[in-house]
Design a protein around this ligand. Structure first.
Ligand code: RB5
Length: 153
């Protein structure tokens, strides 16, 4: 599996540790983030990871900034992206199983490296359940594509 990873200046060390951790497990990681601690605009990295997913260059993505919030907001502006910010492994697993999140995001200033590793493990190892969840994921897509939701004023 090919995973895109993106980060800003707050998350260079965490990005490198997560990248190595996943490469050691056999994943192919493509780096779309900065490798410098000089100030870097997180929307650039979020956008690059998101575009790489919708263009089929990678299968899914990991986005890390100070909180995980800004970079996920940017990624979520790209059609087809469901980026979920989490701070613990349970939500990481559930956002794959229920929301089919194709990007997991977290904050380098929020979680430590061991929790970050647990988050990516749970998310990568979980499977989307489909079924009743598909209708709701489809509703998210409908909002994205039409800026409206059938039956809702
Ligand atoms: C950078 O200082 C910080 O704003 C950024 O990493 C992120 O937390 C934004 O959401």
């Amino acid at each position: 599996m090919k995973i895109g990873i993106g980060n800003d200046h707050t998350a260079v060390e965490m990005k490198n540790e997560i990248k190595k951790y996943l490469e050691d497990k056999g994943y192919e990681i493509v780096n779309y983030g900065t490798d410098s601690t000089a100030s870097f605009d997180y929307p650039v990295a979020g956008y690059k990871v998101a575009k790489a997913i919708v263009n089929g260059e990678v299968d899914c993505g990991i986005c890390i900034c100070g909180t995980g919030i800004g970079i996920s907001l940017a990624a979520n502006k790209v059609k087809g992206i469901r980026a979920a910010v989490v701070s613990e492994p349970y939500s990481a697993r559930l956002t794959k199983m229920h929301n089919n999140a194709n990007i997991i995001a977290f904050g380098a200033r929020v979680v430590g490296i061991e929790v970050a590793k647990n988050i990516v493990d749970e998310w990568l190892n979980a499977e989307y359940e489909g079924g009743r969840h598909q209708r709701r994921v489809d509703m998210i897509t409908e909002i994205e594509e039409t800026q409206s939701l059938k039956g809702v004023e």
